[in-house]
Design a protein around this ligand. Structure first.
Ligand code: PMP
Length: 415
């Protein structure tokens, strides 16, 4: 079987592409749109767009509060999404799913509430060198507030966590380990279950930044030993502005609230306010109900395609792209871990990544150029930035070919 036939045997990406209205357009004067920026955000299928629209057309009402039918329906949609996420991530209980805006807010919530309650001066928080800024800055803020110390496990030249160094940095002082499951700039899939086991053996809680994991392969928060797990559905064909924090119930229950306001209370008087149980305790204010409708549709969409088929499809594209890019003169791939998702970051000799991105754009090819909110990774590999192509369910080998042809055009401009 040819590689092309193999790709089509695991996922019919051309049929899948037709599910996405945004991908039917041409850009830059008639060029076929080649969307390769899925690690930043994915396009949305018709089913997700329709679910959001249907919510506004039929079900919009005061969530959790009303005594009328629309309000009951809005509540059913919202709570239905929570249950769906719980099953999708294999949480034990839907009460372990806090709905909020996404990964950044989830990590900030844990740092602010769990962190301020449990971390003292001299304690340590361990992260890795490949973290997104969302999993660095909240911990720096916590360290500033508490006098705790941030430790960073180094990564290897291939872009893998140095597990021996990681283990050596753990001690009785380590209260929190927070690590990315899949690196957005390198594509590396970390041995997160092993890292959790090491964190737990040291007596620390394990927080997993799952922003880049859930769109690509099956996630099981219990199997990987995550105490907390952060999820951004806009990278998984769902709406932006809604996301989830999974937290073990005992931990959520013992944590103080994050934002104060409506819905997160049990009783309010001017003398004293008592708080609701999780997850309501962490969900002050009117939430993104239409986002919940779209998010539930996104989970249905990826499950209908089959998460294993998605994984297999993206692995084939990753291999095809890695082989094709390796043949481009002067191109160096940054991030060559043994286990990766469909993310290829690279630098081209003598051309700034922003110029690569701009010229590719003229050919209809959308990539990300920059530090990808991982400046320490750029520093580690001594590059100012990279160009990154990242794949999703609708990408095809033709898209990879368009990228490679675009790079030939870049070469011509800079020769
Ligand atoms: N962590 C990783 C690994 C990411 O890729 C991203 C998004 N680029 C985030 C965290 C932040 O996610 P969000 O912007 O959805 O909050």
């Amino acid at each position: 079987m040819t590689a092309e036939a193999l790709v089509h045997s695991v996922l019919d990406s051309l049929a899948v592409r037709s599910d996405f209205p945004a991908l039917q357009q041409t850009v830059r004067g008639g060029k076929r749109l080649v969307y390769l920026d899925n690690a930043a955000t994915s396009q949305k299928p018709r089913a997700v767009i329709d679910a959001v629209q249907k919510f506004y057309e039929r079900d919009n009402g005061s969530v959790h509060r009303g005594v009328y039918e629309l309000s009951e329906r809005a509540t059913a949609v919202y709570e239905g999404a929570r249950k769906k996420i719980a099953r999708f991530l294999n949480a034990k209980d839907a009460r372990e799913i806090v709905l909020l805006r996404g990964t950044s807010e989830a990590i900030n919530l844990v740092a602010y509430t769990y962190g301020r309650k449990n971390v003292r001066a001299g304690d340590e928080i361990l992260i890795t060198e490949m973290e997104h800024h969302s999993n660095i800055v909240p911990w720096q803020m916590l360290c500033e507030a508490t006098g705790a110390v941030l430790k960073v496990a180094p990564i290897t030249d291939a872009g893998e966590v140095d597990l021996q160094a990681f283990e050596k940095l753990l001690s009785a002082k380590t209260k929190i380990v927070s690590a990315v499951y899949v690196s957005n700039s390198l594509g590396t899939v970390n041995p997160i279950a092993q890292m959790s086991a090491l964190a737990h053996a040291a007596g620390a809680v394990m927080i997993v930044d799952g922003a880049q994991a859930a769109p690509h392969f099956l996630v099981d928060v219990q199997a990987i030993g995550a105490d907390f797990f952060a999820f951004s559905p806009h990278k998984m064909y769902g709406p932006s502005g809604i996301g989830a924090l999974y937290g073990r119930y005992e931990l959520l229950d013992a944590m103080p609230p994050f934002l104060g306001g409506g819905h997160m209370i049990s009783n309010v008087t001017f003398a004293k306010t008592t708080y609701a149980k999780p997850p309501a305790k962490f969900e002050a204010g009117t939430p993104n109900m239409e986002g919940a409708a779209g998010l539930a549709a996104a989970i249905d969409y990826v499950q209908a395609l089959g998460i294993d088929a998605i994984d297999a499809h993206e692995q084939l594209l990753l291999k095809y792209a890695t082989d094709a890019l390796a043949k481009v003169a002067g191109l160096r791939i940054i991030g060559t871990a043994a286990r990766k998702v469909g993310v290829v970051s690279f630098v081209l000799d003598g051309v700034h990544p922003h110029d690569v991105g701009s010229i590719l754009d003229r050919h209809g090819v959308c990539v990300r150029a920059g530090h990808h909110c991982t400046q320490p990774v750029m520093e580690r590999f001594k590059v100012p930035a990279t160009t990154r192509a990242s794949f999703g369910v609708y990408n095809t080998m033709e898209d990879v070919d368009a990228l490679v042809e675009g790079l030939a055009a870049v070469r011509k401009v800079f020769s």
